[in-house]
Design a protein around this ligand. Sequence first.
Ligand code: GTP
Ligand code: PEP
Length: 245
Amino acid sequence: MSTATPPVTPRAHVLVAVKELHVAKTRLSGVFDVADRTGLVLSMLRDTLTVVRDVDSVVGVTVVTPDAAVARLARSVGAHVYADPTSTPVEGSVDEQGSEGDQGEHGLNAALAAAADHVRKNEQGVDVVALQADLPSLRRDEFGEALAAARTGGRSVVVDHHGTGTAALFSCDPSVPLDPQFGPGSARRHLESGARPLHGHWPGLRTDVDTADDLDTARALGVGPATRAALDAATPIAASPGGKS
Ligand SMILES: Nc1nc2c(ncn2[C@@H]2O[C@H](COP(=O)(O)OP(=O)(O)OP(=O)(O)O)[C@@H](O)[C@H]2O)c(=O)[nH]1
Ligand SMILES: C=C(OP(=O)(O)O)C(=O)O
């Protein structure tokens, strides 16, 4: 009789954080007005979530946000919603909301850490991933390969295409906190805090869009259908007569 331990089927829960839309993508304010920036953020989020939810080992996706429109989009593509514990609650019912106690920490990393704790409390043994929300060129096979590479243990990171930011942060050991340290220069912080760099040719996964140059890079790689439609509908400021602001 075999005494071999059956292989553990990989199970990952992906966290995607999005701030209030009206203050999103400020680095694109010279290219698009706030309406087009909002449309672009939502379309990139839709494309990112649509790819990720179809990856075999992904058993759940949670969008971490204080924004009601972002929450509605998340639910429309089958994601859960976790309201930022550090900002005004999302209108209407949310799946979960950070407690008042989280008010002591602020911003993105507090929100992601709180959401990761919540997911791990409810889904024993699941791997947790913090993934950027602005990956319009992300491909299913890339994310599947990165997840498989992360599963070799512990906490790991996919560095972005600039070599300074973080495209994705993984913790594949329930005893290892995700410990998100996103923000400018986050790749160094994640590596210095012990995350393993994951090496793979994943251009779509590594191309998060924050600047006009990033957008050109993503366009060259090819973007998802929602992002393509948003870009086709947008009016770049330089192209409009008198310039929109
Ligand atoms: N839920 C949540 N998401 C955040 C917060 N701060 C930033 N984010 C998200 O984290 C990612 C990186 O944030 P930033 O680079 O600061 O914001 P951005 O909108 O991408 O771009 P800029 O405004 O040009 O800096 C984006 O997807 C943001 O929407 C926060 O406090 N809460
Ligand atoms: C937040 C980050 O990146 P960006 O500001 O480019 O979205 C990051 O790389 O940690």
